[in-house]
Design a binder for this molecule. Structure first.
Ligand code: RAM
Length: 923
């Protein structure tokens, strides 16, 4: 061929190739689901990134990861810790570090570059993580504290201790290059260097069963050190370490004492690296001083904090303070638990809320209304004389006369007391307590307070909000908002049942399906991974798993429906975040528990162990907590056996994931026997009813795969009949059934009933709560009239699967069957009468997913965003494809959109990443 033409042809080819090249960008680098985390002690942390492109349909074909011990090396493309080399792989999330063993204290700088079907990216911006201690020998510090009480401390019943203040001075002779601080202070600590508070965490560290594990936090404190004299100050509060209640507490209802781990204690290690290469380590040891004679006179998470500003010790956490009358510390025993780096976030002030109003129900009694049931504390500004005392009490509801109602707080004192020192504009907020409240009663305030004198501090685990959801329906929107406030208010390093009364425990049953819904709204991966560890730590040697973890209450009831959360949540982390590690890590303990329950309790393949029934189903009369009507109650053996069957299915899946095929087969064989026995016992073929035909009985059977083939429709119609005729289109389930209700109805084609249940405003419904002023979710459907002994206004358990339903059904965002972490997405909106639009986003680990649909008079419009390196199967509600346009073009003419099939009232297409705008013309 003429050489000239060859050149031309080559140029033309090149031009073509270039014109197809898209701009590819890698961003949002995360290590262990966090941006730039400090203080990790894992050998193989997980790395994830997002891929963006200015063209649709981008798919990663390979990556190269560099991890370097310095930024300079990374910038020079030298991965001295790990150079993955070019890897052919589609995986862009949960890639496990696989380089040189990571030594303690290493800061790991990393970046990634990808190849895709549309071209290659440049190197990403660098990110980093830092290693804490990987070897117990790294700890040179000892535990210190004071193993005794002080005058004023109360050790029995409603316990209280004064906070303990610790201090230590040290010198810095040379120029500091870097300083890292490692600390655990139990139950809670606040730490200072040269008077400056270290970090912005609150109520740290995260709570654990301290006989099993203890978490420490890592801080970069380089900027806090000065030349010459320096000082460290630490304050310790009780948290969950010193028992909040002992047997002497005569609460009603009688509550068990909380575990006692002893008097507060701490361990601290400060490592200072100088520019000349030398190093100094300051540790907690016998040279520290301590006093309990400071301003925090008393603290207890349930009861509140008392602070006497006259007892402040100006300069105590600065160098040069005279600690002559302080005590020498005790070298204490270490808590038995293993000292480990904390991976889940600490709590933090996440939002500040001004009160909406102040009222005066009685002379001298002021009541702040925050306008929202919230969790945290109040900060206050006050002017007055030394010795004047302001008392704050916290409540969720008011009495008719406008005073606060404390009946449902049980025996928590929920009282903060501040004694003035007589300075101008005194400001105060507590350190070692928190409250669940909408209203604050203020007494003793020296003048008439105004809203400007107070601020509500909203405190929960520092966690990114990754979901937004809105519809045209104001009830649905308010349920979502109430759920949002309730969920975040119950993240306290563990998911708690409630934040206000003398309970606040990690009840397993409350969060099984709930955790799945929550994962659309919050990046809660690390919290739930930590909670699974808490659950495993709570397991007895025999295999029993309690209903509460960490096991501050020893609730070993050998029940099924509560501990089931252990497996259900491990599965959730895998499904929603693509992380299989929790499954692998806990597989043996899960198996052990299942075997323990089988060996000890199973009778003829039925599981008779159930304690709570379908907890808190709507009772027949308004003041009741639990229904007494046998027709409303679901048989306990049915609940436990259907769950056990479901869990066997999960174990089978977990076994297959690890290629343990024989074990998988054994689980599935066992499940078959359980199913047979279950149907023989509970199923009436003639009526297609399970047991006494409650919605929960039929629903669990259907949703958990127990109904014999061919009977599904009839069983479902029993659910519909019961709901529509006996309960007039209202919810009739409690905590157990509700976990499957909204999905169950919608899956079988009755999304309209789910919608009715979601938008009801009369009893029982979430809308009824709203109608009665709720700004969070109640523990009971009849929370405005029921017996106060069990009537929290901030429980999330009755949310069941409604948040999942909002995202997976109304918005239509869920993992495609078989996919995890939103690699392949199933987009199918539930378009129901009464909802005109839905807008939802979820920042998944792959990147941002959006579904926003709207009905107009004669069209249906749907905006969809699929993150890079993901694809989706989209269900467009249309009978024919010629009705559909995408960004104004006939959908059949748009490249990259592939028609898969027609399915019922949907045209089903496959799409790649990118933004789409579908319009369906209805005529
Ligand atoms: C209540 C708790 C919790 C529930 C248990 C069974 O006391 O508040 O929500 O799981 O009982």
């Amino acid at each position: 061929m003429n050489p000239f033409f060859t050149v031309l042809a080559a140029a033309a080819f090149l031009f073509q190739a270039c014109s197809q090249e898209a701009k590819i960008e890698v961003s949002h680098l995360r290590c262990e689901f966090m941006e730039n985390p400090l203080g990790i002690d894992l050998a193989n942390p997980s790395l994830s990134w997002e891929i963006g492109a200015d063209a649709r349909g981008v798919k990663q074909t390979g990556y190269r990861l560099l991890v370097a011990s310095s930024l300079e090396k990374l910038n020079a493309n030298e991965g001295d810790l790990w150079d993955s080399q070019s890897v052919r792989s589609e995986q862009s999330t949960n890639v496990l570090y696989n380089g040189k063993p990571l030594a303690s204290r290493t800061t790991c700088y990393w970046k990634v570059k990808t190849t895709t079907n549309l071209g290659s990216s440049d190197w990403s911006q660098p990110a980093r993580w830092s290693m804490a201690f990987t070897d117990d020998e790294d700890w040179k510090a000892t535990w210190i504290g004071l193993d005794k009480s002080f005058p004023g401390d109360i050790l029995k019943g409603k316990t209280r201790l004064a906070a303990r203040y610790f201090r230590k001075e040290f010198q810095n002779e040379k120029k500091v290059e870097k300083a890292m601080l490692y600390i655990s202070g139990l139950g809670l600590y606040e730490a200072y260097i040269n008077g400056e508070k270290i970090g912005d965490q609150a109520l740290a560290p995260t709570p654990t069963d301290y006989t099993k594990s203890v978490k420490y936090n890592t801080f970069d404190v380089t900027d806090l050190l000065t030349a010459g004299d320096n000082s460290i100050g630490v304050v310790l509060g009780n948290g969950r370490f010193f028992n909040m209640r002992t047997v002497e507490d005569q609460s009603f209802p009688p509550l068990p004492p909380t575990q006692n781990y002893g008097y507060p204690k701490m361990i601290l290690q400060l490592e200072v690296f100088y520019t000349d290469g030398s190093q100094q380590t300051v540790v907690s040891d016998e040279s520290w001083k301590v006093t309990a004679n400071g301003p925090i006179l008393a603290n207890n998470e349930y009861d509140g904090e008392e602070y006497d500003a006259r007892k402040e010790m100006p300069g105590w956490n600065n160098p040069g303070y005279d600690d002559g009358n302080w005590l020498n510390v005790d070298l204490t025993d270490a808590p038995q638990g293993k000292l480990e780096a904390q991976l889940n976030s600490n709590m933090k002030i996440m939002e500040t809320l001004p009160p909406k109003s102040v009222s005066t129900p009685k002379p001298g009694v002021y009541v702040l209304d925050m306008g929202q049931n919230m969790v945290g504390w109040v900060s206050m500004r006050v002017n007055g004389k030394a010795g004047e005392q302001v008392k704050l009490r916290f409540a969720e509801v008011l009495n008719d006369d406008g005073t606060i109602y404390l009946g449902n707080i049980r025996n928590a004192r929920v009282t903060d007391i501040y004694t003035l020192k007589g300075a101008e504009n005194e400001r105060w907020e507590p350190s070692f307590t928190y409250h669940g409240f909408r209203y604050v009663e203020v007494t003793g305030y020296p003048r008439v307070p105004s809203v400007n004198d107070f601020e509500g501090k909203v405190i929960y685990d520092e966690m990114e909000t990754i979901g937004h959801f809105e519809t045209s329906d104001s009830t649905i929107n308010q349920i979502y908002k109430n759920a949002y406030w309730g969920i975040r208010g119950n993240y306290r390093g563990m998911p708690t049942d409630c934040p206000q009364r003398d309970e606040r425990m990690g009840w397993l049953g409350d969060r099984a399906t709930g955790s799945h819904g929550e994962s659309f709204i919050f990046n809660n991966h690390n919290l739930y991974a930590k909670w699974l560890d808490d659950i495993e730590e709570a397991q007895t040697a025999e295999g029993s798993v309690p209903d509460v973890a960490p096991a501050y209450w020893r609730n070993y009831n050998d029940n099924i429906t509560w501990p089931a959360a252990y497996l259900i949540i491990a599965n959730m982390l895998y499904e929603q975040f693509g992380d299989a590690r929790p499954i692998v890590k806990h597989y043996d303990s899960m198996k052990k528990w299942m075997k323990y329950m089988r060996d000890n309790y199973m009778e003829d393949h039925l599981m008779p162990r159930d304690l709570y029934g379908d907890w808190c189903m709507p009772p027949e009369s308004p003041e009741m907590i639990h229904s007494a009507d046998p027709a409303r109650k679901t048989d306990g053996t049915l609940l436990a056996t259907s769950f056990y069957h479901h869990l066997l299915g999960l174990l089978e899946k977990f076994a297959l994931l690890q290629n343990k095929t024989e074990e998988a087969t054994a689980f599935s064989n066992q499940a078959a026997l359980v199913k047979e026995a279950y149907n023989a016992r509970f199923f009436n073929k003639g009526t297609a009813q399970y047991s006494n035909n409650t919605v929960t009985a039929n629903l669990l059977s259907l949703q958990l795969g127990l109904v014999p083939e061919g009977f599904e429709e009839r069983v479902f119609s029993n659910i519909v009949d019961k709901t529509m005729h006996e309960f007039n289109g209202h919810v009739s389930t409690g905590l157990v059934g509700i976990q499957w209700l909204m999905r169950g109805l919608s899956k079988q084609g009755r999304g309209d009933i789910a919608h009715k249940i979601a938008t009801n405003r009369d009893y029982p419904s979430w809308g009824y709560m709203i109608e009665n002023g709720a700004t969070t979710i109640w523990e009971l459907w009849n929370g405005n009239t029921a017996d106060p002994t069990m009537n929290s206004h901030n429980h999330v358990m009755l949310l069941g699967d409604i948040i999942v339903w909002f995202y997976e059904y109304l918005a239509g965002i869920q993992n495609l069957a078989g996919s995890t972490g939103f690699r392949n997405i199933h987009m199918q909106p539930l378009v129901v009468d009464g909802v005109d639009y839905v807008t939802a986003t979820h920042r998944s680990i792959q990147g941002l997913i959006k579904s926003a649909w709207r009905k107009t008079g004669n069209s249906f419009e749907w905006e969809v965003t699929i993150p890079g390196n993901s694809s989706a199967v989209v269900y467009i509600p249309a009978k024919e494809k010629r009705q559909i346009t995408e960004s104004g073009n006939d959908i059949s003419k748009v490249r990259g959109i592939k028609l898969l099939r027609q399915e019922k009232e949907f045209m089903v297409f496959e799409i790649g990443s990118g933004e789409y705008r579908f319009v369906v013309f209805l005529n």
